[in-house]
Design a protein around this ligand. Structure first.
Ligand code: SF4
Length: 210
């Protein structure tokens, strides 16, 4: 179960359900109540815009999960986003709105392995879109679409497939890239390694007909 992980000391971590780092007052209050009631060490905020409640022992796990509200990921392929127009004066595009719609869009895809995506509202790229499998970067004139990035052990900057496109056009390009990836990737092959193996020209040809 994604929401509960076994830790080295035998305790568990509970992950409340959060999308793009947004948490409601009611959800926050129930987390606080649970922490106080069970004397838990507190919460941890992760780089992936999640909140984790650590140190939950097996005997209280069920109760904590029930009381804390929905847990685990809402969507199979989670999308990160910067604040964008909800709180950043540099934003050129609505990164959080597009990230939420991208999560919806991606939920139909059964991919060979995990997919990390992120949406940045301007070219400062605070959501690190260029090192994600799928990245979107907002500009005044539209979206930049990148594919095949990775921020792990072997860092790879994604290849730009399109610039200055609308949201609808960007999603169509992402959809075609993922169709090609699904058909041709090896089991568990992340997009970065896939692009390196087949070459970006093959992807551009499949997606853009170039
Ligand atoms: S990427 Fe741009 S819009 Fe998003 S938080 Fe950073 S500066 Fe603001």
């Amino acid at each position: 179960m994604r929401a509960v992980k076994t830790r080295g000391d035998g305790s568990f971590t509970v992950v409340p359900q959060i999308s793009q780092g947004q948490i409601s007052a009611a959800q926050l209050a129930s987390i606080q109540r649970v922490i106080e009631e069970y004397g838990l060490p507190g919460i941890r905020i992760t780089a992936g815009q999640r909140v984790m409640i650590d140190g939950v022992s097996a005997d209280i796990l069920r109760e904590v999960v029930e009381k804390v509200g929905p847990v685990g990921d809402i969507f199979k392929h989670k999308v990160q986003a910067c604040l964008g127009m909800t709180g950043c004066k540099l934003a050129m595009q609505d990164s959080m709105g597009v990230a939420a719609r991208l999560e919806e869009f991606l939920k139909e895809y059964s991919l060979p392995t995990k997919l990390k995506s992120s949406v940045s509202g301007c070219s400062m790229c605070c959501a690190e879109s260029m090192i994600r499998d799928v990245g979107l970067v907002g500009r005044k004139t539209g979206w930049v679409v990148s594919f095949g990035g990775n921020g792990g052990k072997r860092v790879r900057q994604g290849d730009i497939l399109a610039q200055d496109v609308t949201e609808v056009e960007a999603f169509a390009i992402i959809g075609k890239s993922l169709d090609f990836y699904m058909k041709n990737a090896k089991v568990k092959e992340r997009t970065a390694r896939f692009v390196e193996r087949v070459g970006v020209d093959a992807i551009r040809e499949a997606v853009l007909g170039e």
